[in-house]
Structures are given as structure tokens and as C-alpha cells.
Write a protein that binds this ligand. Structure first.
Ligand SMILES: CC(=O)N[C@H]1[C@@H](OP(=O)(O)OP(=O)(O)OC[C@H]2O[C@@H](n3ccc(=O)[nH]c3=O)[C@H](O)[C@@H]2O)O[C@H](CO)[C@@H](O)[C@@H]1O
Ligand SMILES: C=C(OP(=O)(O)O)C(=O)O
Length: 441
């Protein structure tokens, strides 16, 4: 029987070897596209990855009247001059696979005086509430009405600078405040802000547009509202999460992958862990070579955290390599409540991973426990064998690809479409790295 478009059959046990390229980050490009709504003139974004989350945001921007053209590979011109005329109150659509529509709130309130936000997508890796976003918008003066099939926001008196302290340094809520405060009247002080490299890149974009944003010590950001902003021209920061995923793939499969576009500065925390596990890397001007130098991999204890800690999006691919380490590794997941679903499939393939749903209370941790954290204890090395598995979420899906490539025998993975949310042309890249697989999609 033929394969369906969201299925891949992988024959594993072969190292991945070769060179691939990472381009603009999913976690920046999509937000930069939203920022174009704030400008009075067109914006130009370069190195936009060909991923489905970008297409979702593109679709929503078009519905709002932003004219989008792509004159060259990875380049988008976003012209917001028709946004007012395309004005409508309600989108009868879902956000598709993406969480980005939540970031339309501030820009639409500024331009139209109201915003309608449909249900959000994104990975089902925990509750993922949006209370910080809504509280921040209320502090700016927005009125939030949840009686719709989605959320309806208005700002009858305009948006005014606010004093906001986030309960947790949320990436999305920090972006929400930035995208709202730049055109709000007066000064906004944001405390306990997230400072991920993608946020710094968004701030660079806003500065190019004419915004005044000061990043102060201790997670404080001051934003002085301005009356209007122009469009920007910007090359998106590269995708460090995709780079880390390919690095993990090189380690697990005993391979050697040159990731063009990987940047040492954005990956420092990951590189330290990669080295401690026994992987080697060479930093070049145009990328980083990640490889398994031979010999045994070593176990590690990791706590996921906000930047500059170990990014939660890195843990899922790395766990596959940890199944091949000699000894017991522990991954404390402190950012999301439910990010170990992917380990069930790994266990079906021969891994020994025990997930502690309430975390490991007796194990000493570097930083204080969060109420809902989980821990995975991985005992290795365990040979992996092929299995039929189903992708649960984006990074979990990439982990399944790595596991199937590491395993002896054949694996059939279904629901691989999710992986295209954040991994550009992953099938072509696997082919380039010498993977043995069948894919019909
Ligand atoms: C598109 C994008 O950029 N996604 C990234 C972004 O997600 P996202 O922006 O959704 O993640 P957040 O940083 O907001 O979430 C962190 C934690 O805060 C909680 N929270 C967040 C908002 C809120 O209103 N209330 C609340 O309780 C979340 O449930 C989670 O436990 O940052 C995450 C953390 O680096 C990454 O894993 C995601 O890849
Ligand atoms: C959790 C992730 O993404 P999103 O916030 O888009 O669901 C991710 O990139 O791993």
C-alpha cells in the first residue's frame, strides 16, 4: 500500500553526514511579519523560512489587507497601506497550527481600534494560557471580551503606556507588550521580561522602524511610545532551535553535520551540554560542524529554562541522543507541563525513559522548582529498533525522526506534517544527509 502524504518510512542505523542550511527563525520571522502592521510604509523581511507557520501568518496578514509579495527566495515585502480599508471585526477562521495570531492584538488595536483573535494553535505541550497577554493589554487600556468564538478587543480611549510585571518571563507576553507599547501614548515599564535572542532581534526591528526601546539590567525593558513608525528592512536571526535539532541528530546517529547558518553566540548553553554529552563541534564563520567523535556518550542532568538557560525546545531532540549515553541522564522540564509525550514512542523503540509527571522533588536542582514541572530519567545506552509511531508535536516529531534514523530496522512515522511547522524542507535535508527513507508527500 502506498504512503499517505503525512507518513514517512525510515530505514535507520546509518549516520547522517553532510551539510545543510538553517535560515530565519520560526520564532522571529512570524513575529517580524506581525510587526509590519505597525509601519506606515512597507517592510522587507529577508531569510524567511519556507515553513507552515509563516504561511499561517501570511494568510492572516492578507485577510487584514497587508499586501505580501516575495520578489526573491526567502524575501517578503509586506505592505500594510490597505489595512484600514480591509477592516472587519471578526475572522471566521482558526489560527491554524500557529500561536502567532495572539500577537496581532496590539498592532490591530492601534490601527483599527479593535481586534478579533481566533482560537490559537501551537504545540499541545501544556495548558499554554494567555492570561499574561490579556492582563498586559488591559493595563494598556484595552477592553477584552471573551463572549465571542475567540477574543474581541477594543480600545475606546486608545492605548496608554503601562507598568507591567510578568509573573514569568514569557516570550509571547514580552512580545505582546513590545508590539503594543511602541505606539502607545507615554512610557511603558516591563519587568520580568523574556530576553531570548529572537526577542532582541524583534527589538532591533522595532528600533529600525523608529521605536525607542531600552533593555535595562535585570529583565527590565522601557519603551517610550512614539506617534508613528515606518517599515523596516531586516534579515531574520537564524533558527537556533533548528540548528540544535540537527546537532542532536548528528550525535544520535553517530553522524557529522555541518549546519550552515548556526551561530555560536545563540547556542552557547546548548554547545556546553553537547560537549558534556561527548559531542564535538567546530565553529566556522558560516556555521557549525556537529559530530560524534567516536567513543562513549556520557549522561547529563539538564534543567530547561528561559534564556540564557537551556531552551525547552532543545530538550526533545537531545533526549534521543541521551538514550545512547552510558548511564542515567535527567531532564527537568520546567517551562511546560506536558512536554514528554514523545518519549512513549521512544520507549516503544527500546529506550528506557521514565517520566515523573510531578517532577523529582528529592533531586537537588540548580534553580527553584516550578509547581508543574516534570522530569524524564533516561537510562542508556539502549539500542533502538524500528516501530510504527505517531508525531505528537513539532519538536517531538523531529525527535521521532532522529530516533527512527538511529534505530536498526524500519520505522513508519505518521502525522509528520506537523514537523513542517518549524523545520524548513526537512525531507530534502534528510535526503542530502544520506538518510534512507520513503516519503510520498
Ligand atoms: C512561537 C514561539 O516563539 N514559540 C516559543 C515561545 O512560546 P510562547 O511564547 O508561547 O511561550 P511562553 O514563554 O509564553 O511560555 C512560557 C511559560 O509561560 C506560561 N504562560 C505564558 C503566557 C501566558 O499568558 N500565561 C502563561 O502561564 C506558559 O504556559 C509556559 O509555561 O517561547 C517558548 C519558551 O521559550 C518556546 O518553547 C516556543 O518555541
Ligand atoms: C513550542 C514550540 O512552538 P510553538 O510555540 O509555535 O508551539 C516550539 O517551537 O518548540
Amino acid at each position: 500500500m502506498g504512503l499517505k502524504s503525512d507518513e514517512i518510512v525510515i530505514r535507520g542505523g546509518k549516520p547522517l553526514i553532510g551539510r545543510i542550511e538553517v535560515r530565519g527563525a520560526k520564532n522571529l520571522a512570524t513575529k517580524a511579519m506581525v510587526a509590519s502592521l505597525l509601519g506606515d510604509t512597507p517592510s522587507i523581511l529577508k531569510d524567511v523560512p519556507d515553513i507552515s507557520d509563516v504561511n499561517v501568518v501570511r494568510g492572516l496578514l492578507s485577510i487584514h489587507g497587508v499586501r505580501i509579495t516575495d520578489p526573491a527566495r526567502g524575501e517578503l515585502i509586506l505592505d500594510p497601506s490597505n489595512v484600514e480599508t480591509a477592516h472587519f471585526a471578526e475572522i471566521d477562521a482558526h489560527a491554524g497550527s500557529s500561536r502567532i495570531p495572539i500577537l496581532f492584538c496590539g498592532p490591530l488595536l492601534h490601527r483599527l481600534g479593535e481586534a478579533f483573535i481566533p482560537d490559537l494553535g501551537g504545540c499541545r505541550i501544556g495548558d499554554r494560557p494567555i492570561d499574561f497577554h490579556m492582563d498586559a493589554l488591559r493595563a494598556f487600556g484595552a477592553i477584552v471580551d471573551k463572549s465571542y468564538n475567540g477574543i474581541h478587543l477594543t480600545a475606546p480611549n486608545g492605548l496608554k503606556g503601562a507598568n507591567i510585571e510578568l509573573p514569568y518571563p514569557s516570550v509571547g507576553a514580552t512580545e505582546q507588550v513590545l508590539l503594543t507599547a511602541v505606539l502607545a501614548e507615554g512610557v511603558t515599564e516591563l519587568r520580568n521580561a523574556a530576553i531570548e535572542p529572537e526577542i532582541m532581534d524583534l527589538i532591533a526591528i522595532l528600533q529600525k522602524m523608529g521605536a525607542i526601546v531600552n533593555v535595562e539590567p535585570n529583565r527590565v525593558i522601557f519603551i517610550e511610545g512614539v506617534k508613528s513608525l515606518n517599515g523596516y528592512t531586516h534579515r531574520a536571526i537564524n533558527d537556533r532551535n533548528e540548528a540544535a535539532s540537527w546537532a542532536a541528530a548528528a550525535l544520535a546517529t553517530k553522524g557529522d553535520i555541518f549546519v550552515e547558518g548556526a551561530k555560536q553566540q545563540d547556542l552557547m548553553t546548548f554547545l556546553n551540554v553537547f560537549r558534556k554529552v561527548g559531542g564535538e563541534f567546530d565553529v566556522h564563520e558560516d556555521g557549525i560542524r556537529f559530530y560524534h567523535p567516536g567513543g562513549e556518550l556520557k549522561p547529563v542532568v539538564i534543567e530547561t529554562d528561559v534564556h540564557p538557560g537551556f531552551m525547552t525546545d532543545w530538550q526533545q531532540p537531545l533526549v534521543v541522543a541521551l538514550t545512547q549515553a552510558h548511564g542515567t541522564s535527567i531532564v527537568h522540564e520546567t517551562v511546560y507541563e506536558n512536554r514528554f509525550q514523545f518519549t512513549e514512542a521512544l520507549n516503544d523503540m527500546g529506550a528506557k525513559i521514565v517520566v515523573h509527571k510531578d517532577g523529582l522533588k528529592d533531586v537537588q536542582r540548580r534553580v527553584a522548582r516550578r509547581d508543574f514541572e516534570q522530569a524524564a530519567v533516561i537510562t542508556g545506552p539502549t539500542p533502538l529498533h524500528g516501530a510504527d509511531i505517531r508525531v505528537p508535536d513539532l519538536r517531538g516529531g523531529f525527535s521521532h525522526l532522529i530516533a527512527a534514523l538511529t534505530a536498526e530496522g524500519e520505522s513508519k512515522i505518521t502525522n509528520v506534517g506537523i514537523i513542517a511547522r518549524g523545520y524548513e524542507h526537512f525531507v530534502a535535508k534528510l535526503r542530502k544527509l544520506g538518510a534512507d527513507f520513503d516519503f510520498a508527500g
